[in-house]
Design a protein around this ligand. Structure first.
Ligand SMILES: Cc1cc2nc3c(=O)[nH]c(=O)nc-3n(C[C@H](O)[C@H](O)[C@H](O)COP(=O)(O)OP(=O)(O)OC[C@H]3O[C@@H](n4cnc5c(N)ncnc54)[C@H](O)[C@@H]3O)c2cc1C
Length: 396
């Protein structure tokens, strides 16, 4: 949800439904939009709880200071840490890997070990290969079984990335560099067979129009101030656009539309695994019990990308879990857009329609390490979307 101000959109999408939605009078002509802005025919999402075919839970590895990208010596090895990317791991992966590799290449190694095969480990390993090293990934789980595989898959480079008052003074600049490097790298995966990466439209729907006054929200005194940097890359991701609600099929008073880059993680992940193998990479399944073990590897340069696993492996309590759950509806290839409405995000990916409760904003799931699925949570989201589409206006 990075194409515009995430916080404002979460507020409007999650606002209570107190106002009646705008029903167009039968005789009134639909408002017109300039030709290039017209809404293409939108296929409705077939939201019903019996179409939920999977539920997944993932923990975001959040650090108030932002990701840890720094080197230390362990035994004879130079260990470069690259973990703690909160809700932005996929989005920042290439940039973060580039920064980590700069530290690793100071020794000009011929062989590099990468610990972890999630979004961060796999992309860092590919970058290390491109820099000329022979790379082995050591990991407890390979990508399809990692937490990364259970993410939403949007370009959200500042989602739960840090706290405003805890970052170093140069963090904004480092973040911007990571975000820009990643964004440009994703350009390479657009337009490929299997659609590993694509752009699509998102509609942010509200029961309140631009001139309505929503009821005041009760401030949450325990809410943390999550850092936001999206405005720094506005030239890349553009702005959202307010649409006349009546010009859309959505039965609401407020509609904004933006375009977002999305990762179809099933295909994108498969592509990355193949690219790594084709370039001569090796996978070794192994679980490390302590950081000291990294110093015993044959590779003397190690890039450590264990995600939330850093809490146990590095005894790093600065890594805080932020739980997130996705309910998966049967894929509908004809649905080529996403929506956010009343605290629910519904995104159509090639491998399923992802339904995610986002009410509560960035504090949702904070400090919660429970990885058990909660079916009622996903059913609540599906029912909200089902109600919306039961009032969907036909475009024919
Ligand atoms: C619901 C949800 C939605 C999300 N949506 C998005 C999104 O749209 N866009 C986005 O950019 N980000 C998103 N994220 C965040 C993203 O998923 C994470 O930032 C990312 O997965 C972190 O990747 P990682 O490689 O660091 O960790 P992981 O995927 O957890 O990978 C860690 C790797 O290290 C290995 N490992 C760990 N400990 C050890 C050990 N002791 N020994 C050996 N191996 C070990 C694991 O087996 C695994 O291979 C989302 C997160 C959630 C929860």
């Amino acid at each position: 949800m990075s194409a515009f101000n995430r916080r404002r959109l979460l507020q409007t999408a999650g606002a209570a439904a107190l106002a009646p939605f705008a029903a167009r009078g039968a005789d009134a002509p639909p408002p017109t939009l300039p030709w290039p802005d017209r809404i293409p025919p939108l296929a409705p999402i077939r939201a019903s709880t019996d179409r939920l075919f999977d539920l997944t839970v993932c923990l975001r590895p959040f650090r108030a200071q932002g990701p840890r990208i720094e080197a230390e010596h362990i035994g004879h090895a130079l260990v470069v840490h690259n973990y703690g990317h909160g809700g932005s791991g996929w989005s920042l992966s290439w940039g973060s890997g580039t920064l980590a590799l700069r530290l690793a290449m100071q020794r000009n190694p011929r062989e590099i070990a990468v610990i972890g095969c999630g979004a961060i480990g796999l992309t860092t390993a590919i970058l290390a290969q491109e820099a000329g090293a022979k790379v082995t990934i050591y990991a407890k789980d390979l990508l399809p079984d990692t937490r990364s595989a259970r993410a939403t898959g949007s370009f959200t480079p500042d989602s739960r990335i840090a706290l405003t008052d805890r970052v170093a003074p140069d963090f904004g600049d480092r973040w911007e560099e990571m975000a820009r490097i990643s964004f440009h790298r994703y350009r390479r995966y657009l337009g490929l067979p299997g659609t590993p990466v694509e752009w699509n439209d998102r509609y942010y729907l509200s029961d309140f129009g631009p001139n309505d006054t929503p009821p005041p929200k009760t401030p949450d005194p325990s809410a943390l101030d999550f850092a936001e940097y999206t405005d720094r890359i506005r030239d890349l991701i553009g702005h959202s656009q307010e649409l006349p609600a009546d010009a859309t099929p959505f039965p609401v008073r407020g509609v904004r539309r933006g375009s977002t880059m999305m990762f179809n993680i099933a295909d994108y992940g498969h592509t990355l695994m193949q690219d790594f193998l084709i370039a001569g990479g090796k996978f070794v399944k192994h679980e490390f019990r302590s950081l000291a073990e990294l110093g015993h590897l044959k590779e003397k340069v190690v890039i450590n990308c264990p995600g939330y696993g850093a809490r146990a492996l590095c005894k790093d309590e600065s890594v805080v879990p932020v739980r997130g759950q996705i309910g998966w509806l049967v894929p509908q290839p004809e649905v080529d857009y996403g929506i956010a409405y009343r605290g629910v995000l519904a995104l159509s990916r090639k491998d399923g329609i992802c339904i995610q409760m986002v009410s509560g904003g960035d504090m949702r799931g904070y400090g919660d390490d429970n990885e058990t699925v909660n079916r009622a949570e996903s059913e609540e989201g599906v029912n909200i979307i089902a109600d919306l589409y039961s009032r969907f206006r036909s475009q024919t």
